[in-house]
Design a protein around this ligand. Structure first.
Ligand SMILES: C[S@@+](CC[C@H](N)C(=O)[O-])C[C@H]1O[C@@H](n2cnc3c(N)ncnc32)[C@H](O)[C@@H]1O
Length: 283
């Protein structure tokens, strides 16, 4: 990731959430009316062209992204379901928040505050785009951080977030950090927030049994680096991630494929990619 440049992938996922709302309308999983506000001219031009197409074209948009479109909306909806279940009793921690609008969309569920941690360049751009927004509910606590360079314990301590159980969402980030950072993040969340903490994060599979899929996942880091300057650096199989999470003190670990998230969300009509999954870790 470039030091002083806002994350481009954060904008791409905002574009996907904006399109999901325009395609599905009242049937939208996320109804993210804020997502389109974060788009620069380039992504807004794509949004304007794709969003006027009828709903069934979302199938082709998803197919041309090899299932990424549906996976990204599913992972967001899956995490939303945890916010709706737990935010009445736990504070929400967003690590690598990007253009996440849960503080605005789900404010009625959030009773113990929401802390957004992100790279300075991305977070400043987000605050700029929201400067005139009427904030309902408690405004988020913004905290700038570089996960690759800073000690998370110190960052948490300076952020003012209370020590005690929390719901930690680490969405679309683990693939951009090292295994050491993943390990340290899990350990720090366990040590800082303690028992009762739930952590959700999606992760990329860096190897797959099917030879064609395996070739595609091997090419992914290069593709991400060339297009977005955001290289994939961490990947794991579900078995490897289970071992890592248990090693970091998880009491319970669960990994959900896109299909399994669909079952839990009672959905049938999406086709998510299979080269990533959602981890749920309980401490
Ligand atoms: C793909 S975006 C996901 C954003 C958001 N969670 C979402 O799903 O909409 C990746 C996010 O991770 C952040 N990020 C990546 N590397 C980071 C690092 N080393 N330190 C802090 N944030 C980082 C980026 O700024 C960006 O907001």
């Amino acid at each position: 990731m470039l030091e002083n440049t806002p994350s481009r992938t954060a904008e791409v996922v905002a574009l996907i959430r904006a399109l999901e709302y325009s395609y599905y309308g009242e049937q939208s999983l996320l109804k993210d009316k804020y997502a389109a506000r974060f788009l620069s001219d380039f992504y807004m031009a794509i949004y304007n062209r794709l969003s006027i197409l009828p709903e069934f074209t979302s199938f082709f948009v998803n197919a041309s992204s090899l299932g990424l479109f549906d996976f990204i909306t599913l992972r967001h909806a899956f995490m939303d379901s945890y916010v709706k279940r737990f935010a009445a009793k736990l504070p929400i921690v967003l690590l690598g928040a990007g253009y996440d609008s849960r503080a605005l969309r789900l404010h009625q569920h959030i009773h113990h505050g929401i802390w957004e941690f992100d790279f300075p360049a991305t977070q400043r751009r987000k605050k700029f785009y929201l400067r005139n927004e009427r904030i309902e509910g408690e405004p988020p606590h913004y905290v700038e951080v570089d996960f690759m360079k800073e000690q998370l314990t110190d960052v948490f301590a300076h952020s003012g977030i209370p020590k005690g159980p929390a719901l930690v969402l680490w969405e679309g980030v683990s693939m951009y950090v090292t295994e050491d950072v993943v390990r340290n993040t899990l350990i720090t969340c366990r040590e800082y927030f303690g028992p009762g903490t739930i952590m959700l994060f999606d992760y990329w599979h860096d190897k797959m049994e099917d030879p064609l899929r395996n070739l595609l996942v091997k090419l992914m880091p290069l593709v991400m680096d060339v297009i977005y300057n955001e290289r994939f650096t961490f990947g794991a199989t579900p078995a490897e991630l289970r071992a890592l999470a248990l090693d970091c003190g998880a009491k319970r670990f669960e990994s959900n494929t896109g299909k399994q998230m669909m079952t839990k969300l009672l959905l049938t009509s999406r086709l998510p990619l299979v080269s990533a999954s959602m981890a749920v870790v309980e401490f």
